[in-house]
Design a protein around this ligand. Structure first.
Ligand SMILES: NC(=O)c1ccc[n+]([C@@H]2O[C@H](COP(=O)([O-])OP(=O)(O)OC[C@H]3O[C@@H](n4cnc5c(N)ncnc54)[C@H](OP(=O)(O)O)[C@@H]3O)[C@@H](O)[C@H]2O)c1
Length: 295
């Protein structure tokens, strides 16, 4: 079945979805951006699509209307559209429930959430990264059947998420994507203390991160864990804490993540209960002045 799709907000994600759906055989009938200039690049790729600077005009033409506008504008944009029964209003904000589209619901349209678990910086990278990504979908049974099919034709894996679970679902995805960037920033900051500039730090640490991601891909959790905690090298962990003693924010990150690593090491069965307790005692109770304690 060919679906007629309108894209309201043809920005980073909207553009990728439009091109991916069209390549999969669906029709992108209309798209909107706030300014005409924003749509120029996409217009060349979608010659049959009607472009508009009006969200309402673009939405009127679609059977399924993707609202790929900033999260905080969803309610305003929803209120601008003359929804009709039979249409489906789909937003892509990970943490917001489909029910945020109140006007669409009250007008008899179906509402849903369709959140690709991927980072879309530009069209080419987005199209490359989309296949194999998961898409968190909130929808009723009919909507799930339609949207999970749309996810699959663009090479993604549909994942059903309930309305009350979206914030937690999105917090986890932000932790993995944004948190990894944050961890790189912490690591680079630590290396700056020993005179290694940030660019050089990122270049040197990136292959380590990539190798770790490959290990997660091949052996998963908990087996991808390497390092002093899974080996039970308590003296090495104490040395890390001592080196971080004067760096309170960085030490807090180290302590917080390391306590999770103890759980993984226990799950793998590589450390004894006594080793786990010793690790917890130095990691969970910061001593005044950052003293890692006697071992
Ligand atoms: N990018 C990602 O990695 C990603 C991943 C998953 C989910 N999402 C979700 O996708 C949605 C869009 O994110 P994005 O990164 O694609 O944003 P974006 O690149 O900033 O694009 C936003 C689009 O909405 C239009 N727009 C902005 N304000 C508007 C308004 N008040 N009324 C009508 N149109 C408006 C913009 O038009 P102009 O270009 O003319 O300003 C642009 O076409 C968000 O809900 C986000 O959470 C994004």
């Amino acid at each position: 079945m060919i679906v007629e799709i309108a894209i309201v907000g043809a920005g980073r994600l909207g553009t990728v979805l439009a091109v991916a759906f069209q390549r999969a055989g669906h029709r992108i009938v209309s798209a909107s951006t706030r300014t005409k200039e924003s749509a120029d690049g996409l217009a060349a790729l979608l010659p049959e699509c009607v472009f508009s600077t009006s969200a309402a005009a673009a939405a009127a033409l679609g059977e399924i209307v993707f609202l790929t506008v900033p999260d905080d504008t969803l309610k305003t944009v929803d209120a601008l559209i003359d929804w009709r029964p039979g249409q489906m209003a789909v937003h892509c904000a990970g943490a917001r429930p489909a029910g945020i589209l109140i006007h669409a619901m009250e007008s008899g349209s179906r509402t849903a959430g369709f959140h690709p678990l991927q980072s879309f910086a530009d069209l080419d990278a987005g199209l490359l990264n989309l296949p194999g990504s998961s898409i968190g979908i909130e929808a009723d049974d009919d909507g799930w059947s339609l949207l999970s099919g749309l996810a699959q034709v663009i090479g993604a894996t549909p994942l059903r998420i309930g309305p009350d679970d979206r914030a937690l679902y999105h917090a986890a995805s932000a932790l993995i994507s944004n948190g990894t960037v944050g961890l790189m920033a912490v690591a680079a900051e630590l290396w700056s203390k020993i005179g290694i500039p940030r660019d050089q730090a990122v270049a040197a640490l990136l292959p380590l991160l990539q190798g770790t991601v490959r290990n997660l891909d091949t052996v998963g959790l908990p087996d991808a864990l390497t390092g002093p905690i899974v080996r039970g090298d308590i003296g090495t962990v104490a040395g890390h804490l001592a080196a971080l003693a004067a760096l309170a924010r960085e030490q807090a990150v180290y302590r917080s993540i390391s306590t999770w690593l103890i759980d993984l090491a226990i799950e793998r069965g590589t450390i004894t209960t006594i080793q786990a307790e010793a690790l917890r005692s130095i990691l969970e109770q910061p001593k005044p002045g950052g003293d890692p304690g006697n071992l």
